[in-house]
Design a protein around this ligand. Structure first.
Ligand SMILES: [Zn+2]
Length: 488
């Protein structure tokens, strides 16, 4: 009996190992093979100077309710017209909502649905306390040590200027795209795009324009960020997470702090937040994140490839590993961040009301209603009101990574960047794309910035900069995209 059990166990384990190894070995790369192309001939130094000029114009979005920096935006419009004369004579340009720009480059084949490139003209402000830490002042537009420095070099003037550089270059060479292309450059993306992108989207709606696909910022080429992969990985965002903030309002009897009751409003609110931190929404590998792991797994080193090839067995282990890192945690669940706290007026007065704002980023597949329900259930305190606060965005639909548009994009990336892996991915932050999702079945988010974890800190942070070499690659990418977009 004993030996029978031992033999059974042995055979079972052997079988298990064979299945796990077999699945690992059978995993095939999903990368398309393309011929890499010689880069287009642009003068990288001049292009860098053009971007630097754009950085000097302070098109800052301070807040949703702040006044628009009208003069800066108008100066930016003039700068673009002056810098790209061919673009401005061959394409139509409309000013929308006073400060946003919409370009139309007419294609030769009116049967083809147009392509929409989305970018934004505005940048976030600089925190005064960080000014001294900038190696080059953020609005000087310095070009030094092989980099263009300043606010907007990555987010998102690199995209605006590279699109126009590529177009100017192609026009100079007598190129006209087969497929019409629109450029939508919003002026208030950093504060939600409610005036700019929203107005452009309405205009398209009114004109009955629908797109083959849209392309916006959102994900990048990650360098040394994907565990188990040496090559850089270009992530194309198929979807973006939703956005909802909840106000937690704790009420209690106010009064003198010399005779406190056992329960206070501050105590209740603190407990509520602690419960939320201890009970996050469930983690799961699905949607765009699942597609990402399925695509990068064949490129990973053996140990990780084995785990991702056998998710049926290793998911609990994988989820525990992914949870530990904030970036990978954000891929697998709706995240929760307490961001604001207010209450109390004097040190000897018990407040009768205190408030916290908690910001959630909703995983596609969940809704803001799920977030509210989870929050109410976890807090489990009838003395705390839970209400939505500010604008709510549900998660976007997930675009199809098997669509011809995705394949076109993947091929274009591989042509320009032969050394990198291309994969679908999930965007955590919000982009202007949210205003355009109804106008297409395929919304993609990708800007070919090569970013290490360290570079990433420059976005909305200190020492934002872009290498001249990478900027040339971005221009090349857009030029190739316009050339490829008509084929199919
Ligand atoms: Zn941006």
């Amino acid at each position: 009996m004993h030996s029978y059990l031992a033999r059974f166990t042995f055979v079972f384990l052997l079988g298990l190992i064979l299945v796990v190894l077999g699945r690992t070995w059978l995993l095939e790369s999903r990368q398309v093979t393309v011929r890499s192309l010689a880069p287009i001939v642009i003068d990288a130094e001049i292009a860098a100077r053009h971007l630097a000029g754009a950085i000097r114009i302070r098109t800052i979005s301070y807040g949703a309710d702040s006044k628009v920096e009208a003069r800066a935006f108008r100066a930016f419009h003039t700068y673009l017209a002056k810098t790209y004369p061919r673009v401005h004579s061959k394409l139509t340009r409309e000013t929308v909502a006073d400060f946003s720009l919409l370009y139309h480059w007419k294609g030769t084949n009116p049967e083809l649905k147009p392509l929409l490139l989305i970018a934004h003209l505005d940048v976030v402000p600089i925190e005064t306390s960080t000014l001294a830490s900038w190696a080059q002042p953020p609005f000087d537009g310095s070009v030094a040590n092989g980099f263009i420095w300043g606010r907007g070099t990555m987010d998102d003037k690199a995209s605006v200027i590279a699109i126009l550089e590529a177009t100017e270059y192609l026009l100079k060479n007598g190129f006209q795209p087969k497929r019409s292309v629109y450029f939508a450059f919003g002026h208030d993306e950093e504060v939600g795009g409610f005036k700019g992108a929203a107005a452009i989207a309405e205009l398209f709606e009114a004109r009955g324009v629908r797109f083959e696909f849209t392309l916006d910022e959102g994900l990048v080429i990650t360098v040394d960020q994907m565990p188990g992969i040496k090559a850089p990985v270009a992530l194309i965002g198929l979807a973006e997470k939703g956005y909802v903030s909840l106000k937690l309002l704790a009420k209690a009897e106010g009064g003198h702090s010399s005779m406190p009751p056992p329960e206070t409003a501050i105590g209740r609110l603190a407990r509520a937040i602690q419960r939320l931190e201890e009970n996050p929404m469930p983690a799961t590998i699905e949607g765009a994140t699942a597609e990402m792991f399925a695509t990068v797994a064949p490129e990973m080193d053996f140990a990780l490839r084995l785990q991702f090839a056998n998710r049926w067995l290793f998911d609990p282990l994988l989820l525990r590993q992914l949870e530990k890192n904030p970036a990978s945690n954000a891929m697998i669940r709706t995240t929760m961040s307490p961001t604001m706290l207010a209450g109390g007026i004097k040190d000897n007065v018990l407040p009768s009301e205190v408030r916290a704002i908690v910001n959630f980023r909703t995983l596609p597949g969940k809704t803001s209603a799920d977030v509210t329900a989870h929050t109410t259930r976890v807090i489990d305190d009838p003395m705390i009101e839970v209400q939505t606060w500010g604008p709510v965005f549900e998660p976007s639909p997930i675009s199809d990574s098997n669509s011809p548009s995705f394949r076109l994009l993947a091929r274009t990336i591989r042509e320009v960047f032969p050394d990198i892996i291309v994969s679908p991915g999930l965007v955590f932050g919000g982009t202007d794309t949210k205003h355009y999702v109804g106008l297409t079945e395929a919304s993609f988010r990708f800007l070919p910035l090569r970013l290490t974890a360290d570079d990433l800190k420059g976005i909305h942070g200190t020492n934002e900069r872009l290498s001249i070499t990478n900027f040339s690659e971005i221009i090349h990418f857009y030029a190739r995209l316009f050339q490829n977009a008509g084929e199919r």
